[in-house]
Design a protein. Structure first.
Length: 287
């Protein structure tokens, strides 16, 4: 029987208590970024997963290649249902699995994979609060090297089927309608100023900045506890609909995760985010 999730977040102690359980699949979704603003590039962190270590039993989930849309003209575009199904099956995820996702950063890549799964109707997925940083800093076991064996699962259950895609994503046209007021939504910028750099085109007009580094506790690498989290999102929480965005659609998922923890159920993530907005800015503003 797979472990039961009661929250979009699980603690390192929860994972330690359930590690090795039947139907539990742990995924390392780390991605490494270099550069700032328009010069940012993103690369698979699989080498780091193998050489620096990972949670025992965790498999590497490649958001740059396997879990994106290679035919898209934007990096890290969300995958199709068919591509998610193929990647999930390769990772040993079935529809009866409980999935825990983490990364080696502030949780933005884990949150993005969590959002992708949920967008296709799979809700038995949670983010490891504090990620690999907290796990390692607590002195918990770390495995070095590639994981070759497949996760345990019930006999005859080796299928992952995505559901109908939910309306959890926004595109440039949706954001442009929010900017023009044709279809109102509160726009939240999750990218830290240091990541955007000082020399970049304008961000989306009318945005409220709630950067990922104000949502994460720097002492523990975990999402802020509920009272502090509610205070951070107080300026936007009463909005009927919220669209979060960042550089490419990763930190935006941390804000979306935090809003979900707080109980907001009308949140979308702008897939492509500023990478998309900047290349189409004149058309977007005119739309």
């Amino acid at each position: 029987m797979s472990p039961v999730l009661t929250s979009p977040l699980v603690s390192t102690q929860w994972l330690a208590d359930h590690l090795g359980a039947d139907e539990l699949v742990v995924l390392d979704a780390s991605v490494h970024a270099t550069g700032t603003g328009t010069t940012t590039t993103w690369a698979s962190a699989e080498d780091s997963y193998e050489q620096r270590g990972h949670v025992p039993g965790a498999r590497y989930a490649d958001l740059v290649h396997a879990l994106s849309a290679p035919e898209a003209d934007l990096p890290l575009t969300r995958p199709s249902a068919e591509r998610l199904e193929a990647a999930a099956r390769e990772l040993g995820v079935t529809n009866s699995s409980t999935v825990v996702v983490y990364d080696d950063s502030l949780g933005e890549w884990a949150a993005r994979l969590w959002w992708i799964f949920r967008a296709f109707g799979f809700d038995d997925v949670a983010v490891l609060d504090g990620g690999f940083t907290k796990w390692r800093d607590e002195g918990r076991p770390v495995r070095v090297g590639a994981l070759r064996s497949r996760p345990k699962r019930s006999e005859g259950d080796d299928t992952f089927l995505a559901g109908e895609e939910r309306a959890l994503w926004a595109d440039r046209e949706r954001v442009a309608r929010a900017v023009s007021g044709v279809e109102p939504a509160t726009l939240v910028l999750a990218a830290p100023a240091a990541v955007l750099g000082s020399d970049h085109p304008p961000v989306v007009p009318g945005s409220t900045p709630i950067s990922i580094d104000t949502v994460i506790d720097p002492q523990t690498n975990t999402i802020l506890r509920r009272p502090a989290l509610a205070e951070v999102f107080a300026p936007v929480f009463d909005a009927p609909e919220i669209v979060t965005y960042c550089g490419v659609g990763s930190a935006a998922c941390v804000d979306a995760l935090a809003l979900t923890v707080l109980g907001h159920d009308r949140v979308q993530v702008y897939d492509g985010s500023l990478v998309d907005w900047w290349r189409n800015e004149p058309e977007a503003i005119a739309s």
